[in-house]
Design a binder for this molecule. Sequence first.
Ligand SMILES: NC(=O)c1ccc[n+]([C@@H]2O[C@H](COP(=O)([O-])OP(=O)(O)OC[C@H]3O[C@@H](n4cnc5c(N)ncnc54)[C@H](O)[C@@H]3O)[C@@H](O)[C@H]2O)c1
Length: 252
Amino acid sequence: MEKLLSGKKILIMGVANKRSIAWGCAQSMLDNGAELIFTYQNERLKKSLLRLIPDEQRLIECDVASDSSIENAFNIIDQRFGKIDGIVHAIAYANKEELAGDIMNSSREGYALAQDISAFSLIAVAKYGVAILNNPASIVTLTYFGSERAIPNYNVMGVAKAALEANVRYLARDMAKYGVRVNAISAGAIKTLAVTGVKDHGDLLRLSEERTVDGKSVTTSEVGGAATFLVSDLATGVVGDTIYVDKGVHLI
Ligand SMILES: NC(=O)c1ccc[n+]([C@@H]2O[C@H](COP(=O)([O-])OP(=O)(O)OC[C@H]3O[C@@H](n4cnc5c(N)ncnc54)[C@H](O)[C@@H]3O)[C@@H](O)[C@H]2O)c1
């Protein structure tokens, strides 16, 4: 039987382990018939990814801090798989000391690093990715409500997420001529590796959980469902948007 993503090749960037939001996206897309390719940040994460996807051909190194690493990854994907239909960008990073206390104590370097890895990287991925994206295609990134509200300790990452959401709008405008839609999912707080970098993340997770409509955290599989929709042909009218998948936390 034809599935929602049958015949679509999707690149998943940002699986660190089975708790990763990117892994929730991958599972939902596999269930819906997609063929997947993955990038990993470094050799250490490759080992972790190999346990989930024991198919080395589909795993390609890509450190988004480096243009040449991104360009090289897309060249390899092109050679091995040809054109692709979508990219899930589920990548963010800030130094731990920037995710604690008052934002005025942020360092210039720490602020720039958070912007580089968490916001600029989407532009770089779009730039090198466009050559191997089909027309139509879809790019989805992951953001958080800390872009709009001053969430304790989230600091430079909140500012990077605000920039990321603006990047989505500008990229959506400029990539339309290539038939590429660009959108973001604003996911509710989920306990992943990335969240544990935020000081008092237990409070952040608890607060967020208490404010969901049913008192339970959103899951990576629920976020994956929305990502599946956004890369599918059901979402051709959704362009440059940020869709909340947080069980109502942003409303309450
Ligand atoms: N967990 C949450 O509560 C939550 C909520 C909303 C949005 N998000 C966002 O979801 C995305 C995925 O995070 P997650 O929570 O699944 O955590 P995660 O730690 O599982 O994933 C983060 C990924 O970013 C990758 N990464 C970091 N620096 C990189 C670099 N230089 N090059 C390539 N990859 C790099 C890591 O290798 C890792 O795979 C992030 O953008 C995060 O901000 C998370």
